[in-house]
Design a protein around this ligand. Sequence first.
Ligand SMILES: Cc1cc2nc3c(=O)[nH]c(=O)nc-3n(C[C@H](O)[C@H](O)[C@H](O)COP(=O)(O)OP(=O)(O)OC[C@H]3O[C@@H](n4cnc5c(N)ncnc54)[C@H](O)[C@@H]3O)c2cc1C
Length: 420
Amino acid sequence: MDNPANRVIFAAMTYDSDLLIIGGGLNGPLLALAAAQAGFTATVIDAADSATQRSDNFDGRSYALALASQQMLTALGLWDALAANAQPMLDIKVSDGRAGEGPSPFFLHFDHHEIEEGPMGFMVEDRYLRRTLLDAVTANPLIRHMTGARVVAQSCDMLRAEVTLASGQTVTGRLIIGCDGRTSGTASRAGITRTGWDYGQTALVCAIAHEKPHHGCAHQFFMPPGPLAILPLTGNRSSIVWSESHDQAAAINALSDADYLSVLRPRFGDFLGEISLAGARFTYPLSLSLASGLTADRLALVGDAAHGIHPIAGQGLNAGFRDIAALAEVMTDAARRGEDIASPMVLSRYAEWRRFDIASLAGATDTFNRLFSNDNALLRGLRDLGMGLVNAAPTLRRTFIREAAGLTGDLPRLLTGKPL
Ligand SMILES: Cc1cc2nc3c(=O)[nH]c(=O)nc-3n(C[C@H](O)[C@H](O)[C@H](O)COP(=O)(O)OP(=O)(O)OC[C@H]3O[C@@H](n4cnc5c(N)ncnc54)[C@H](O)[C@@H]3O)c2cc1C
């Protein structure tokens, strides 16, 4: 921004805001807030209306936020509003399982005491995270929030980008950022293709109340049709992500609450005592959807618009946070040097930074799901052996814990808790 040549060019240009963020789910608002910390203005546009997004039953997911993601929320001044409703994740136990049989004797146990930084992460319910982000966006004078507004077209030239809404209204900016999820229209309009597949699984998701305390421990049981995750929430409650084949999930979801619980009980086990539903039930079909590139002319992709992955490792949103932290840092440093934040050179720094992490995460989650979602005796023996070996190797165990906490790799400043 301090480059005199750029100042002359950009002074002649008028924009509605620096950033045009298409998609105001979770990643779009967080990106606007991160960018605002560095002084960028943003317009966040979402097709859904605000009252719908703020309703308790809008989205039943709860997110395992890695410690690095929590540090980023702290650096952006958002954590204080979330802390009271966030459950620290102190242990993770992973094992094979079959309905009615309980967990196999071979398991992996990750204990947060093995790293100095603290809990591996925090469980946060969607309703709290979404409202916190939307409240912060509304309160921020650098952010304009347009709800109930669908983007139908976009274009750009040497100096600016423009999006057109279904109403015919146009909005201009320097850079378009697609945060519009795994079927991203922003990507397809820019000619960015996608690759991926349906996993043939649907996740049944809901909050469960239980008799006994969970002590902050998350469980992952690998059942033949797909994983069952039991993730600790505040109080004596846990969130379940229960994967079944599409047909089986549809049949289970059609059951009454009492019958739904009677199918769940032999899978869940009795280690937390009697269980009951603690909220509405939701379903999410599972697929992989990867964009072939992260950038185009005056355009970048963030979050599920760039990489929609299997939730087996609870990493999709954390990967979106990593996109945001990297992009916000690249833009901030470019602006401080006087560069155009949307130039191909600047955007390629973002793509380079994120490429490897995205590819390895997509590859790992895809492989784990294939390896674990079956009842093949040979594979079952091999994975039990693998888990036993990792569990007996403290250095390997610590590597996995640091990976789950998001503390590995070349971390952008926000993910280490530092401001931009
Ligand atoms: C069962 C399940 C459990 C999960 N658990 C975890 C977990 O524990 N930890 C974790 O890190 N991740 C988890 N994830 C992944 C996480 O939910 C996603 O990565 C995250 O929700 C993606 O957010 P997003 O903002 O990128 O996209 P989305 O939430 O898809 O938001 C896209 C937004 O774009 C808007 N939009 C689309 N098109 C337009 C348009 N043309 N004009 C205007 N607006 C538009 C939509 O209205 C929407 O609000 C889980 C996923 C699933 C399925």
